[in-house]
Design a protein around this ligand. Structure first.
Ligand SMILES: [Zn+2]
Length: 309
């Protein structure tokens, strides 16, 4: 079965702590691996998590604060050093382009990385869309102190074969392959069977990545109905005023979004160093969200939940 898994590299907002690295997340999705928000120390966390520079097929940055981007310098130099042969698109808010340029050219090294820079100026699909990647990536503007975009990944709907319908139609063996490739097949007795006669719609899976933002419409549209949501919960709700003032969410707000949007699996992360007990985030989120819940720790692995047909 194909791999659809989130690898958490770091979970700290603003500054690393003794137990939490700066942010960093890799989403493995079949043959793709998207690195989101590489904070400081990402290169080493990748090593610890068993993720190589060559694995990466895309880098997506929500905004140009250090806890979401300082690690780009090291990761890009590592991509160069390892001679990664493929092109790696790098998306980021357009207003952060100068900082991205600095990070990519932060020290002297052999520039061999083949990066395709994609400054985002408005909401929409992030290009290029390659058919083989099996999903579209969309960006939507969030509300934070600097320009920030959240991301959403959607797999197109497909078809799944229904064995009982195949049997009833008399389609078996190599004919099934023909049906899948060509959309129709002619049976031995001369009947034409169409794909839609013997298959059912298979809903595509989806993932959303919502980092630094106060509550806004985009948070909901990014999270709507996704299988897996990674969302910042910098604060606990007793500090809701602080969260709003600094452009952040509380655990209660993040979990409420997940509950209202029908999210299946929720990953809270990006915690302020002011809190010692991660259990408080879990307890707060649990009051409103009853799906699969993870209060992320560094190096956690979270599976995209199995398909529901
Ligand atoms: Zn942050």
């Amino acid at each position: 079965m194909s791999r659809r898994e989130l690898v958490v590299l770091g979970t700290a907002s603003q500054v690393p702590t003794r137990t939490r690295n700066h942010n960093g997340y890799v989403l493995f999705w079949d043959d793709e691996a998207v690195l989101f928000d590489p904070g400081e120390g990402t290169q080493r966390q990748m090593l610890r998590a068993g993720v190589s520079a060559t694995d990466l097929t895309r880098i997506a940055i929500t905004h140009l604060h250090g806890d979401h981007s300082l690690g780009l310098a090291g990761v890009v130099q590592r991509i160069s050093l390892d001679g990664v042969p493929h092109t790696i698109p790098v998306s980021f808010p357009a207003s952060g382009a100068a900082w991205v340029d600095h990070l990519i050219d932060a020290t002297s090294y052999h520039h061999r990385a083949d990066l395709e820079l994609q400054p985002l100026a408005e909401d929409g699909v992030v290009w290029p869309v390659r058919p083989e990647q099996g999903f579209t990536l969309r960006a939507e503007r969030l509300e934070h102190g600097v320009e920030a975009f959240g991301y959403r990944l959607d797999e197109p709907d497909g078809r799944r074969m229904v064995p009982a319908l195949l049997a009833a139609a008399g389609v078996a063996g190599p004919a099934i392959g023909v049906l899948q490739r060509e959309g129709r097949v002619v049976t031995g007795d001369g009947r034409t069977v169409r794909l839609e006669d013997v298959s059912a719609r298979r809903r595509g899976q989806s993932f959303a990545f919502v980092m630094d933002t106060r509550l806004c419409d985009a948070v909901f549209s990014l999270a709507r109905g996704v299988d897996l949501l990674v969302i910042e919960s910098t604060f606990l709700d007793r500090d809701r005023e602080l969260a709003h003032a600094f452009g952040h969410l509380t655990a209660l707000q993040a979990a409420t979004v997940a509950a209202e949007c029908g999210v299946r699996s929720l990953v809270l992360t990006h915690f302020s160093q002011r809190y010692q007990d991660a259990g408080e985030f879990w307890a707060e989120a649990r009051t409103v969200f009853d799906g699969e819940l993870t209060v992320a720790e560094d190096l956690d692995r979270v599976q995209v939940p199995p398909r529901v047909h």
